[in-house]
Design a protein around this ligand. Structure first.
Ligand code: TMP
Length: 212
């Protein structure tokens, strides 16, 4: 139990609506932490590189049709297939910045009308994030940003429902950042939250599982 010898990395998750700015912020945060000399990687879900991920990608591009529960379980399976690697990375001291996680899984499926407890069940046992940063952008504002409307879920009324479900999932591990601020201001807050989380993990905060 030598904390100094092998302190673990932190699991930092970014959540938010489509076009909330998460993906660029993940990239900025990665560069910042790498610059500070941390071992860090940026991940994203869905991970479209796996065979499950390719099925998800085809669904999102409207190239295939899947029942709501089927696609829900594929998104979950796509996280499960990465769980062991995730645990290894964290335990070996690498911090992971993850663009979307189980909360996307629940919020998007619940927005279609699926039961929330049913949606959460397949996520139980995945690694719990150390911090979840929610980039809060009103659906109307996200819709004005470029590239909107190309994928399945990028529709204003649906994103409004997703936002409601995200708000129902908030707990003490969440930090809400106002995504309507300047990019620099959002970036600064993310850096502070990430540094704080990394230090807490280095001091020996244990890894836990969802749904806690
Ligand atoms: P992306 O645009 O971040 O790659 O995500 C693709 C879409 O998939 C996005 O609209 C959110 C949605 N999604 C789910 O519905 N369930 C999930 O578990 C995840 C990770 C994403």
């Amino acid at each position: 139990n030598d904390i100094r010898g092998c302190s673990r990395g932190s699991l930092i998750v970014l959540e938010g609506l489509d076009r909330s700015g998460k993906t660029s912020q993940c990239g900025n945060l990665l560069a910042y932490l790498q610059g500070k000399g941390f071992s860090v990687e940026a991940w994203q879900f869905p991970d479209r590189s796996t065979s499950v991920g390719k099925m998800i990608s085809a669904y999102l591009a409207n190239e295939s049709q899947l029942d709501d529960r089927t696609i829900h379980l594929l998104f979950s399976a796509n996280r499960w297939e990465k769980r062991a690697l995730m645990e290894n990375k964290l335990k070996s001291g690498t911090t992971l910045i993850v663009d979307r996680y189980s909360y996307s899984g629940v919020a998007f499926s619940a927005a279609k009308g699926l039961n929330i407890e049913w949606c959460k069940a397949p996520e139980v046992g995945l690694i719990a994030p150390d911090v979840v940063v929610y980039l809060d952008v009103p659906p109307e504002k996200a819709a004005e940003r470029g590239g909107y409307g190309l994928e399945k879920y990028e529709q204003l009324d649906f994103q409004g429902k997703v936002a409601e479900h995200y708000h129902n999932l908030l707990d003490s591990s969440w930090e809400i950042v106002d995504g309507s601020q300047s990019i620099e201001s959002v970036e600064r807050q993310l850096k502070d939250l990430a540094m704080h989380s990394i230090l807490t993990c280095q001091r020996g905060k244990p890894l836990t599982n969802l749904w806690s």
